[in-house]
Design a protein around this ligand. Structure first.
Ligand SMILES: *[C@@H]1O[C@H](CO)[C@@H](O)[C@H](O)[C@H]1NC(C)=O
Ligand SMILES: *[C@@H]1O[C@H](CO)[C@@H](O)[C@H](O)[C@H]1NC(C)=O
Length: 267
């Protein structure tokens, strides 16, 4: 279910709204109606310093004091679920910005797609390529006068939630759902509070690895932390959970509100 650039632009153009003066100052809500699993995204695409950003602003409140940099899974901002979840953060009162981390080259849903080489793709979209794009997204949020910045990341992007908690990035607090390819050094380098959502079935974060990560957070890192395990879920559930299945729907929603509450507590 990839979407064309044209439809992205249409969605953006159709959904632009301005915030009126009577609207309340943003508070960070956990109203169960905030999260949307389906429908039409309401944000818009912007280019900043050459980086392509999906931007979703709160529409029911003004002056959001916290910005969220949304770090996608390998399917990028082109995947509608990522745009809808970024919109959900905006409905929760955050200024949400999802950079196109793969510069128009997201992974296909079917890794067996002819011509797609996952090893090559991962080597190409490495931290050296991605970090400057994330820095532009952070600078864009800061250009709006927002200094409190939270990172939310999923699968491939979940690793970057940790990376953005290293010193000097401008990010204060982060949430990471089922991170892929996360390295020990990236966990040990965090300088802010981290919240993790873990899947029951996850080759990228097995029970043994999860317990090792918990050990690092408990013993080797002096930061507030939280690790929640969601039963009945598999890798990817926080963006791609099958919402027709009650445990997966609960997990996807609870992981979202986990991030919202973490950011409002620690940003
Ligand atoms: C995939 O890419 C890797 C790294 O460039 C290369 O070593 C490997 O041979 C490629 N595999 C195929 C099937 O082309
Ligand atoms: C983490 O802390 C434990 C307990 O203090 C210690 O034994 C271990 O060497 C530390 N690991 C790292 C990587 O610093």
């Amino acid at each position: 279910m990839r979407t064309s650039l044209t439809s992205l632009l249409l969605w953006g153009a159709a959904s632009f709204t301005s915030v009126s003066a009577q609207e309340p100052t943003c508070k960070y809500g956990d109203d169960p109606n905030i999260i949307a699993h389906t429908g039409t995204p309401v944000g818009s695409l912007k280019t900043y310093q050459g980086a392509s950003l999906y931007v979703s602003e709160p529409s029911s409140c003004k002056n959001p004091s916290i910005g969220v940099i949304y770090l996608t899974d390998a399917f990028g901002i082109q995947f509608v679920n990522n745009k809808l979840l970024a919109d959900s953060f905006a409905r929760a009162g955050f200024f949400a910005v999802a950079p196109d981390m793969f510069e128009g080259d997201p992974a296909p849903f079917d890794l067996a797609t002819p011509g797609f080489n996952a090893t090559e793709w991962t080597l190409l979209h490495n931290p050296t390529a991605i970090t400057p794009i994330l820095n532009k997204a952070i600078a864009y949020i800061q250009s709006k006068g927002i200094t409190k910045i939270a990172a939310t990341g999923y699968c491939f992007g979940g690793r970057y939630s940790f990376r953005l908690l290293a010193a000097g990035t401008g990010v204060k607090v982060a949430f990471s759902a089922h991170p892929s390819l996360l390295e020990d050094s990236e966990i040990l380098a965090i300088t802010g509070p981290i919240s993790v959502a873990a899947a029951e079935i996850d080759a990228m974060m097995s029970p043994a690895r999860r317990s090792q990560i918990e050990g690092f957070l408990a013993n080797n890192v002096s930061q507030p932390y939280q690790v929640n395990l969601y039963g009945g879920t598999a890798h990817g559930f926080a963006t791609r959970g099958d919402i027709t299945l009650p445990e997966q729907k609960f997990g996807k929603e609870a992981a979202f509100y986990q991030a919202v509450r973490w950011f409002s507590a620690w940003a």
